[in-house]
Design a protein around this ligand. Structure first.
Ligand code: B12
Ligand code: SF4
Length: 485
């Protein structure tokens, strides 16, 4: 009999934001709606939260399963399930689907903060359909080993670590190839190495499974990995930079444009300029499609230069480049293995602005070695760059030592004392679940809030100056906050 697989993207638990965070995100997205997504109407912006429906990892697995004639269904949150009701209404949907589809396997994709929810889902799925086999994968599972892996195996039948396409197919087809698949039997843990099967195995995500009709903004990867070594990173692809075929990227863009009304594409590669010639070729091809779309990119400061920016600027439809900066302290950057000279940040952002492209930079509070002085230095740098108009937007969060990161694996070396493994707390907007030898959790959190307050003040002044005292539409802003890039 043919096997059936249900794939579920487990939502992040709802958080109650402080007023500081509410204000910050409102002004952040008010600005972004003008600078980065100027082509999207109010109606389109209201559907922004649908980006959460796009779990590219699961959609790739779905594609691989289908190639092997395995029936697949896919469920992920969307804008019709926003706010407080989201958690339980999505769960209702999941359980109804389990009853109607009767899957043999249920695959759950979860970051660390959603693991308690994923466990709850797995238990309820088993109570509705005891015959189904539960499989957990994604960012948290990828980073688990030893005791954490053992604990995970108590709640799920199988754990798949690394790229999930081949292992999931092998599991469903009952293959003897157990690469990437871990499980516990009679109290004994069977652990297989993390699967890193490369790009030839990366099928185009099965985007037709997205259970939404409208996706005004979409993320498209053109490559995976970045060649970097940041100690806080848990991206499994980092060490193996790989490129997705150009034809499949073009097909994906056309699919989103024509079928889901996408008008903003975020080429979310960790480092879009890793292979410059390819990046330019790709942009030429996207441009020659002559679609009324806008593009945004993410890149590494150290891989960017004037020639690249000049080339990007030739395409009238690029509104934003995002750069990861993390800290203003060179010592902290060096400890974090960021591979970034701090003076390059100003230089590259200035160049980007000179060519008419908006800039957004990412910063972190609480990296190893953070002190009062370095936290203040970073906040001061953010303020200066924003006030001078060198960067347009800044995101500032607390760093989290996720399982699997170098920070997690070497806590003592980096002066990190984990306070708890209450996984729901493992996200950058919460009180950090750790103390540093140089700063307590509460102090890091206070700097995070102080940074947000300062950014918000500058945002508000800039918005008033450039766009006047327009009334902000709170519905639109909270919709973008759900899914903005
Ligand atoms: C795109 C993205 C998003 C998107 C889409 C998320 C989604 N559900 O897919 C949005 C913007 C919505 C998002 C939101 C969040 N994200 Co996010 N996101 C990413 C990002 C940049 C890329 C992920 C991706 O698509 N990669 C490409 C695909 C092909 O690879 P993949 O996801 O790793 O999937 C492969 C394997 O992991 C595995 N796999 C994945 N799922 C499953 C499931 C099963 C059953 C199996 C077998 C295998 C498997 O197989 C896949 C195919 O090979 C990563 C950073 C990164 N570069 O990895 C962060 C990242 C995954 N996000 C992260 C976080 C923390 C969040 C949020 C909690 C942020 C927040 N504070 O609210 C939310 C949680 C939302 C959620 N419930 O997933 C962390 C997770 C770390 C962790 N251990 O928890 C990451 C690693 C970034 C980071 N370092 O902080 N995110
Ligand atoms: S720049 Fe650093 S954090 Fe970003 S993907 Fe590369 S190694 Fe990971």
């Amino acid at each position: 009999m043919d096997k059936k697989v249900l794939l579920i993207s487990v939502p992040a638990p709802a958080v109650t934001q402080t007023q500081t965070e509410v204000d910050y995100w409102n002004w952040h997205y008010a600005l972004k709606s003008k600078l980065t997504y100027p082509n999207l109407s109010k109606e389109q912006l209201l559907y922004f939260g649908n980006t959460e429906n796009q779990n590219i990892g699961l959609l790739s697995i779905a594609s691989a399963l289908r190639e092997n004639n395995i029936a697949v269904e896919y469920l992920a949150p969307s804008v019709d399930l926003m706010g407080d009701k989201r958690d339980w209404e999505f769960l209702d949907k999941v359980l109804a689907k389990v009853e109607s589809f009767e899957p043999d396997f249920v695959g759950l994709s979860s970051p660390t903060c959603s693991i308690p929810t994923a466990i709850h889902y797995a238990q309820l799925i088993k109570s509705v359909r005891p015959k189904s086999t539960t499989v957990i994968g994604g960012a948290h599972a990828n980073g688990c080993e030893g005791k954490l892996l053992d604990e995970l195996a108590d709640d799920f039948d199988y754990i798949i670590r690394g790229k999930g396409e081949s292992p999931f197919v092998n599991l469903v087809l009952n293959s003897s190839n157990m690469m990437g698949i871990c499980y516990k039997d009679n109290g004994i843990m069977y652990e297989s190495p993390i699967c890193m099967a490369g790009i030839p195995n990366y099928p185009r995500p099965a985007n037709d499974l997205l259970n939404i009709k409208y996706l005004p903004a979409a993320r498209v990867f053109t490559s995976l990995g970045c060649g970097g070594k940041c100690i806080f990173c848990v991206d499994i692809n980092t060490k193996n930079f790989s490129e997705i075929t150009e034809d499949s990227i073009i097909a994906e863009i056309k699919y989103f444009y024509h079928n889901l009304g996408t008008r903003y594409f975020y080429l979310g590669d960790e480092n879009f300029f890793f292979n410059k010639n390819r990046a330019f070729r790709l942009l030429e091809r996207i441009n020659s499609l002559e679609l009324d779309i806008i593009l945004g990119f993410q890149a590494r400061v150290e891989s960017t230069d004037e020639n690249i920016i000049k080339n990007i600027a030739r395409f009238h439809n690029c509104t934003e480049i995002q750069y990861g900066v993390e800290s203003a302290s060179q010592t902290i950057l060096n400890t974090a293995k960021k591979g970034l000279r701090i003076e390059k940040v100003r230089e590259i952002c200035e160049l980007t602005k000179r060519y008419g492209i908006n800039t957004q930079c990412y910063f972190l509070a609480g990296l190893p070695g953070e002190t009062r002085q370095t936290a203040e230095l970073t906040i001061g740098m953010i303020e200066d760059l924003l006030e001078e108009g060198i960067i347009d937007m800044a995101e500032y969060r607390c760093v989290i030592p996720f399982p699997g990161s170098e920070m997690w694996n070497n806590k003592e070396k980096y002066g990190i004392k984990i306070k708890n493994t209450n996984w729901t707390q493992y996200r950058g907007e919460n009180h950090p679940p750790y103390d540093l030898s140089t700063l307590f959790s509460e102090e890091i959190y206070e700097y995070y809030l102080e940074g947000l307050r300062k950014i918000t003040d500058i945002y508000a002044k800039r918005y008033m100056r450039d766009f006047g005292e327009q009334k902000l539409d709170i519905n639109v802003l909270s919709a973008i906050t759900e899914g903005g890039f």
